[in-house]
Design a binder for this molecule. Structure first.
Ligand SMILES: *Cc1c(COP(=O)(O)O)cnc(C)c1O
Length: 401
């Protein structure tokens, strides 16, 4: 195999997007958009059908009770649609937050008028099953728990299995934002119980942005009739219309759907969720090992590191300037991502998209050269960053003791 393997560089000369979606897509995915489709035409209805079936199949064990409802908009539209459709107007949500997307879900509850209890773990500490059990025992009004599968703002893979166990042990229902994990990290309802999850076209399935989808238990969907606060974001109404007409209720992003079907076929050809997850994990391992070799440190240790995106502390060296580092990396063909931690400065590198370990090796070389151009001798982070990380290690000991 050549250095380029099965993942040649983007044909159009654009940089690699080391970001968690939009991300680098295959040329074939972009090419699938070079044709117009009538949204009511039988050909497009067949495409919608194929897409829904493929997504349900991706759930694996226990997926038979589930159906798929695609919906226009970015991922946040889907989170809002899920909360508004599955949580009754007099229900209450326990929102488990350890980053920006959890906090956004809490704000969504406030905006659409669903009561909520927020467990805010800060920048990256994981919400644990014991936390969920304690809060649910104290508040019988809570009907649903919302968990973020991979909290993309730090890259932490949250412990959804223990969260699910605690939720159902207390007789409540689990909803999952698996936006940045679905398609690469298994989420089988036969193993981890939940009622509904959402994801979008432009993350691990490697499509382009424009819509997302709900995978929900049919019984929950049936119960959702008339519940939504919104006309456009009503999951039950979209489902009912799609089941009876084969069409989307309002104009679908036809080109994006065509691209997504190509992406789904490529996902299957690669070997499905297991193979996609293995490629991303290998991307992460090669990239993290290389970056550590330059002196960089990750926020999270191996236990919590997702194969989706990794947070690195900025180096302590005062010659390091993220804005310049970003531009130098971009000049070399790689777009990285600023950090979102509130306590210490950081940046992120995504592992998802149409790229493999050979690309990640070049990312590390580009980082090494960029540091050299900045005059930074070592990428070692400041002591404050390492103290921050020690807190996480201690929390883990406390929780598992
Ligand atoms: C990407 C993402 C979303 C949705 O964000 P949009 O900008 O609306 O697409 C929601 N939750 C998580 C965890 C995400 O990674």
């Amino acid at each position: 195999m050549t250095d380029q393997g099965n993942f040649p560089p983007p044909k159009l000369g654009e940089p690699y997007l080391l970001t968690p979606g939009p991300l680098t897509t295959a040329y074939e995915v972009k090419e699938a958009m070079l044709r117009d489709w009538g949204s009511w035409d039988a050909d497009f209805r067949v495409m919608t059908d194929e897409m829904r079936m493929r997504l349900v199949a991706m759930l694996g064990e226990g997926g038979d009770d589930f159906t798929c409802v695609p919906m226009q908009g970015s991922g946040s539209y889907l989170v809002e649609a899920m909360l508004g459709s599955f949580v009754p107007r007099d229900g209450k949500v326990l929102v488990l937050a350890n980053g920006a997307y959890g906090l956004r879900a809490a704000k969504t509850c406030d905006t659409i008028g669903r009561a909520r209890h927020l467990l805010d773990m800060g920048d990256y500490m994981p919400p644990r099953g014991a936390d969920v059990a304690r809060i649910l025992a104290a508040d019988p009004a809570i009907t649903h728990v919302l968990a973020i599968h991979c909290e993309t703002s730090s890259g932490i893979l949250n412990p959804v299995a223990e969260i699910s166990a605690a939720t159902y042990a207390a007789g409540r229902k689990l909803l999952i934002d698996s936006m940045s994990a679905f398609g690469a990290v298994p989420l089988e309802p036969g193993k981890i119980r939940f009622e509904a999850m959402v994801s979008s076209a432009n993350k691990c399935i490697e499509g382009v942005p424009g819509f997302g989808f709900v995978l929900a238990r049919r019984s929950e969907l049936e119960a959702a009739k008339g519940r939504s606060h919104s006309l456009a974001l009503d999951v039950h109404a979209q489902w009912e219309y799609m089941e009876t007409t084969g069409q989307w209720r309002f104009t679908p992003p036809t080109h994006v759907v065509a691209a997504f079907i190509e992406a789904l076929r490529m996902h299957e050809a690669e070997g499905g969720v297991a193979a996609r997850g293995a490629r991303y994990a290998n991307n992460r391992d090669v990239m993290v090992a290389g970056m550590r070799g330059l002196g960089f440190e990750t926020l999270l240790d191996e236990t919590w590191l997702s194969p989706i995106i990794v947070t690195f502390f900025n180096p302590a060296d005062p010659k390091f300037d993220f804005a310049r580092f970003y531009e130098l990396m971009k000049d070399k063909g790689f777009i990285i991502y600023p950090g979102k931690l509130t306590v210490v400065d950081s940046f992120r590198i995504g592992c998802i998209g149409r790229m493999d370990a050979a690309v990640m090796t070049r990312v590390v070389e580009a980082a090494r050269d960029s540091l050299g151009e900045l005059g930074v001798a070592s990428a070692t982070p400041p002591a404050a960053a390492l103290e921050e990380r020690a807190k996480l290690a201690q929390a883990k000991v406390r929780e598992t003791a």
